[in-house]
Design a binder for this molecule. Sequence first.
Ligand code: NAD
Length: 259
Amino acid sequence: PVVLEGQPALVTGANSGIGRAVALGLAASGADVVVNYVVDPQAAEDVAHRIEALGRKAMTVRADVSSEEDVQSMFASAVEHFGTLHIVVNNAGLQRDAPFHDMTLEQWNKVIGVNLTGQFLCAREAIREFKRRGVVKHISVAAGKLICMSSVHQEIPWAGHANYAASKGGVMQMMRSVAQEVAPLAIRVNGIAPGAIRTPINRPAWETKEAYESLMTLVPYKRIGEPDDIAQAVAWLVSDAADYVTGATLFIDGGMMLF
Ligand code: NAD
């Protein structure tokens, strides 16, 4: 159903994996979409064309989410182009894995810079825009919706990935604090914590039969998640059907958290 018409959305890291599926899912629900990317403009253009094929408007914007300057100019051009934003999905993320004793400051800073500081910079611009505009009654009950992509590793420790787990734990507490702060302004802020999803970031965990079987020992539902599993949840969370949901984390993990 088309429930997001008139609600422009911005998705970071929207040219790959989960972000791509989320951008297409929002467009399928009626939103025009800003497709952010940092590398591979061709993949971003491809997502934009698919959004247009769904009858929605799209624009691609290159911005490194860990750069304050890039993020501010991305939001300025998005607002200039679409008039405003009602939905922002903080999705961009990466990994720089290493045994803890060998982890370099560069690996640490890169992951915290993109996964946590990047979400702070985009969340701050999102809240500023939602606050400036306020509720538009015939468009949505809320004045704006922010989604922060976390991970089951906001809770489950992950040996060899301490920087990543720390960044996602940080995302969770930032999300909850912001949700509490802006709830009186009718702005909703929620988290999504995916388990194992079939995307390039974790290819080694699913591309061989052996790796897949070993991954499945961690997943009670016995299948890997698909990017669309996340996209469906995001489309619901930002719709008015989820209007009483804020500060929540939705785990989409085939039951991984049950262990
Ligand atoms: P992916 O590698 O396919 O996509 C990540 C996207 O982020 C890419 O488009 C990449 O270019 C972009 N990106 C990286 N650095 C950026 C920067 N500085 N500025 C802008 N964009 C940048 O991986 P994915 O699995 O789709 O990951 C999306 C999100 O989901 C990430 O936050 C990741 O931590 C989270 N997540 C993924 C899984 C999984 O199993 N795939 C599980 C839990 C959480």
